[in-house]
Design a protein around this ligand. Structure first.
Ligand code: AKG
Ligand code: FE2
Length: 360
């Protein structure tokens, strides 16, 4: 199943019919009553995983297929998802707003996340809540974060991080009033044919450093370990870059980043989300960003809910207290930071967190 978007390129779209949407709403309703409906409770997350098994088979099949091969654009768009029968409250506009209580859209988000792996959050970001609101925030218009409304540059989510998400999920509760906010996606598979040999060679070299976003408190003197933008198999590489936070360390790396930026602009796709649309971005093969839109702060602004997924939760165990779903702020990990990285597990778990955490 597919749909045509701008540039007449196709991303995979799966649309639920009324019957499937109603069935999914029933499963979500029951899930909301489990474990006191507390989204961040490990028991509730486990219940979301169980509930996923009761969702319509075509939904599970689409997610399973995407997990095996995220396709040319590394993006899956699920449409026709239920939002519940309660009227939607006004769009929040507080900074770092999160959804701690189960609602129909949050339940759907977390069930789909369970189908892809395990939902996770980062303690330093939006207080470690598993379901985060992506909404424009007054006075943050120009911020290169999801609280802003100027164009948001292409990025791998939490590109600096050794345990960056494998998938980013965004569930649309409300579109922006002018219909101008497009989620922009561009995959390495679409980019590669446009990159000349010299650019590719530079992108494979470990000549880039990526800073954490403002939400992740850094230790003075912490030094990012150089990494490549392209890695993995040369036929089908993964991409790791943030066009704001990644710095070139050499002249050729700088030229390659500039070329990459131009190509992203040229071959990206925009997805204009409507209520009931949920996008899954494969964070290993696709970058995402967002076009500008006008925020009004009148309760009817654009409202997405977001969660992250790790395909293999176990690998990050060292950084998760009590085998929970929240990665500590300092689990940038030995492979991402050197010299000033935490030296003991105790150190990792006791490092202070930034109350000003800002979503990225
Ligand atoms: O606002 C959007 O569509 C995407 C924002 C974003 O990059 C994110 O929340 O990770
Ligand atoms: Fe993002």
């Amino acid at each position: 199943m597919s749909v045509l978007l701008d540039l007449h390129e196709e991303i995979t779209v799966v649309t639920l019919g009324t019957e499937e949407s109603d069935a999914l709403a029933g499963v979500a309703r029951r899930l909301c009553t489990r474990a006191d409906g507390r989204v961040d409770n490990v028991g509730w997350v486990a219940a979301a995983g169980e509930a996923w098994e009761e969702t319509p088979p075509m939904l599970r099949q689409a997610v399973r297929t995407f997990r095996r091969d995220s396709g040319r654009h590394g993006t899956l768009l699920l449409r026709g998802l239920p939002l519940g029968s309660d009227p939607l409250p006004p769009t929040p506009n507080a900074d770092n707003s999160v959804q701690r209580t189960a609602t129909c859209p949050a339940a759907v988000l977390m069930m789909v996340a369970s189908g892809l792996g395990d939902p996770v959050a980062f303690m330093a970001e939006k207080s470690g809540a598993l379901v985060q609101d992506v909404v424009p925030v007054p006075d943050k218009e120009t911020s290169q974060s999801n609280a802003g409304s100027v164009p948001l540059m292409f990025h791998t989510e939490n590109a600096f991080h050794a345990h960056r998400p494998d998938y980013v999920l965004l569930n649309c509760l409300r579109a922006d009033q002018d219909g101008s906010a497009g989620l922009r996606v561009v995959s390495v598979r679409a980019l590669l044919p446009y990159l000349d040999d010299r650019t590719r060679e530079a992108l494979w070299a470990e000549e880039f450093v990526t800073e954490p976003p403002p939400s992740f408190a850094t230790r003075a003197g912490a030094e990012g370990v150089p990494h490549a933008v392209l890695h993995g198999h040369e036929d089908d590489p993964e991409i790791r870059v943030d066009l704001v936070a990644t710095r070139p360390m050499t002249r050729r790396a700088g030229s390659a980043l500039a070329r990459l930026r131009d190509c992203c602009e040229a071959v990206s796709l925009s997805v204009y989300l409507s209520p009931g649309d949920l996008v899954v971005v494969d964070n290993r093969s696709a970058l995402h960003g967002r076009s500008a839109f006008r925020a009004r702060y009148d309760g009817y602004d654009r409202w997405l809910q977001r969660t992250f997924v790790l395909a293999d939760l176990r690998r990050s165990r060292r950084y998760r207290s009590q085998d929970g779903h929240v990665l500590n702020s300092w689990d940038v990990a030995e492979s991402s930071w050197r010299s000033t990285a935490p030296t003991s597990t105790r150190d990792i778990f006791t490092t202070s967190r930034s109350p000003e955490a800002e979503g990225w």
